[in-house]
Design a binder for this molecule. Structure first.
Ligand code: FMN
Length: 166
């Protein structure tokens, strides 16, 4: 059933993003599909993050995150940032990036990016729903097409993460 639910939920059309976080000393990036716009004025994004990730305490301390929109030909970056933890390796080594105004890392390979200041953080089941005020951003590669979550197949391991029944 978990695999069936995973197949069902892949019909929600999400992009694939590299979320940069920094706490003033350390920085890290993880892959996320659960990102969406939730307000025009002010411009707000919501991000759902597993609090067990290495990135979460960095995001909480730094009170910021940067969303780098991954291009369709960068499934390898989604795998790199999304299938190993910054607890074990320096995921930014060998990757070209720069710090945004908030200090959070932005990937040079991004189609576009959003630099966000955290304005809210609430429990959402086994994740935290973090709201970010967009304080900067730009389109870096207007000709590139963003990667779509369904194109990552079962890369996030979600076939084993859903419950056995609704
Ligand atoms: C395609 C894909 C989508 C993902 N989406 C999310 C997400 O929306 N939220 C989340 O907390 N983790 C998500 N993950 C899992 C994290 O990227 C992964 O657990 C990562 O290794 C955490 O890194 P960290 O421990 O360095 O923070 C996703 C992974 C993949 C491959």
């Amino acid at each position: 059933m978990s695999a069936e639910m995973s197949r069902l939920f892949r019909h929600l059309t999400n992009g694939v993003y590299a979320i940069g976080v920094a706490d003033g000393e350390r920085c890290n990036v993880f892959t996320a599909a659960w990102v969406m716009q939730v307000s025009f004025q002010p411009p707000l994004l919501a991000l759902s993050v597993n609090p067990g990730h290495h990135s979460y305490p960095l995001l909480r301390t730094g009170r910021a995150f940067a969303v780098s929109v991954l291009p369709s030909d960068q499934l390898d970056l989604a795998r790199h940032f999304g299938t190993q933890s910054g607890r074990d390796i320096d995921k930014l080594a060998g990757v070209t990036w720069r710090a945004g105004a908030t200090g959070a890392p932005i990937l040079t390979a991004a189609v576009a990016y959003f630099d966000c200041q955290v304005v809210g953080d609430t429990e959402a089941g086994d994740h935290r729903l973090v709201i970010g005020r967009v304080v900067g951003g730009a389109v870096l590669a207007p000709e590139s097409r963003p990667l779509i979550y369904a194109e990552t197949d079962t890369l996030d391991g979600s076939t084993t993460l859903f419950p056995d029944a609704f």
